[in-house]
Design a protein around this ligand. Sequence first.
Ligand SMILES: N[C@@H](CCC(=O)N[C@@H](CS)C(=O)NCC(=O)O)C(=O)O
Length: 209
Amino acid sequence: MIQLHFAPSSAAMVPHILLEEIGVPYERVLVDKQNGGHKTPAYLALNPNGLIPVLYETAAICLHLSDTHPKAALMPPMDTRDRAHAYKWLMWLTNTLQATLIVYFYPERWADTGHTEVAAEVQRNAQARVGPLLNQLDAEIERRGGPWFMGEQFTLLDAYVFALCRWTRNFPRAPARDRQHLGPYLQRMLARPSVQRVLANEGLVAPYV
Ligand SMILES: N[C@@H](CCC(=O)N[C@@H](CS)C(=O)NCC(=O)O)C(=O)O
C-alpha cells in the first residue's frame, strides 16, 4: 500500500489531495516536524534531504501518481499543447514559487547565525518576490477561464497551486486569496470533497487559505 509521509500543511499536501482524488487506499504516516522528526536517522534513510514528503520530489510524486492512475486523468492528454504547458507549470511551481516560499519560511538559512536583521530582510525580499509570482497564477486562471487551473480539466496542478497559495495565508500583505481570480479559485478548491478530507486528515483549522 502507498505510504504518505506528511506533516500538516507541508508540501505533502499536494500528493495527499491527489491520493484523495484518485481514491486508492493509502496509509498516512505523520512526521513530527516540530520536533525534528524529519532529521532523525530513520527518516534520513528514507529521504536523505531531510524534507517532507519522502519519495522526493513532490513534483515527481505527482507525476508518478498520475502515471500509475491514468483513469484519474490528473494531467492533460499526451501529445497536446496543454500537456506541455502542464509540465511547464509543474516545474515552475516546484523550482520557482515553492523554492521562493521556502526562503520566506526559513530566512535564517540565508543569513549568518544570529543575524536576525539580515534574516528579516531576506524574508521581506522573499515575500516581495512571491507577489509577482502569485500574479502570474492569477493571470493564468483568468486566461484559461477556470474553473480549474488548466481550464475545464482538474489536474495535479490544482493540488499544487492550492497548497502553495495556502502557505501565503499569513502574509502581512497581499496573500494569494486577495487576488481577483485566485480568490474565487481557492474557494472552489476548498469546496472539493478531496480537499475537505485532506484538511480534516491533517487536522487543520480555518482560515484555510
Ligand atoms: N523540493 C522538495 C521540498 C520539500 C520541502 O521543502 N518540504 C518542507 C515541508 S513543506 C520541509 O520538509 N521542510 C523542513 C526543512 O526544511 O527542514 C519537494 O518538493 O519535495
